[in-house]
Design a protein around this ligand. Structure first.
Ligand SMILES: Cc1cc2nc3c(=O)[nH]c(=O)nc-3n(C[C@H](O)[C@H](O)[C@H](O)COP(=O)(O)OP(=O)(O)OC[C@H]3O[C@@H](n4cnc5c(N)ncnc54)[C@H](O)[C@@H]3O)c2cc1C
Length: 157
């Protein structure tokens, strides 16, 4: 099944598996009415959908923020900001990237320290959570979640 952006580019990273299943059900209905489906997918190593890509990207972004230097050099500050700007230009889900550009304008990256950058990243993610109607993450737990593991020891080796 091919998903396309509004301007016609193929974009699996713009839809979730849930969206695709919905589309699949619509196709099944069409099939019942005599229009054959062409889907024969059996691979596990398929291109990332919107949610898989999102989870992987947040994993990188939060990890980057909690390992960011406590006292970054000017160059590191510039690179952190430039990374987020580039992401907002190149992120494959086009409407996500558009909203990210808006979010970065509203609150530009805070990169003076690890604490600042990791909290800023958490707020950025919470903006997306809020937009999607998901629960907000408690930003005081960002180091437990992304660097040290939970205090109950459940992530210890
Ligand atoms: C920059 C960016 C913009 C996106 N924009 C959109 C969009 O506009 N529309 C859309 O449909 N999807 C968007 N996505 C994808 C979306 O955010 C989710 O990644 C996707 O829906 C999968 O959600 P999930 O519930 O599996 O967990 P995710 O939201 O991917 O979260 C992964 C894990 O991060 C942790 N977490 C959650 N919130 C926070 C937080 N605030 N701080 C720290 N850790 C946290 C939780 O442990 C969670 O399990 C975007 C992704 C990125 C990276």
């Amino acid at each position: 099944m091919e998903i396309r952006t509004e301007d016609g580019r193929p974009c699996r990273a713009c839809v979730s598996v849930g969206d695709m299943l919905k589309k699949g059900r619509e196709m099944a209905e069409k099939f019942k009415k005599g229009e054959p489906s062409t889907s024969t997918t059996t691979h596990k190593d398929c291109p990332a959908d919107k949610d898989e890509l999102g989870r992987a990207t947040w994993k990188l972004l939060h990890s980057m923020s909690v390992y960011y230097p406590d006292q970054p050099s000017e160059e590191q500050k510039q690179k952190a900001t430039a990374f987020m700007t580039s992401l907002s230009e190149l992120y494959p889900c086009d409407f996500c990237a558009k909203d990210l550009r808006k979010d970065l304008k509203e609150e530009p990256p805070k990169v003076q320290s690890r604490q600042e950058f990791s909290q800023w990243m958490c707020r950025l993610h919470n903006k997306v959570n809020e937009k999607m109607g998901k629960p907000l993450f408690d930003c005081s737990k960002v180091f437990e979640r992304w660097r040290d593991g939970w205090k109950d020891g459940s992530c210890d080796y």
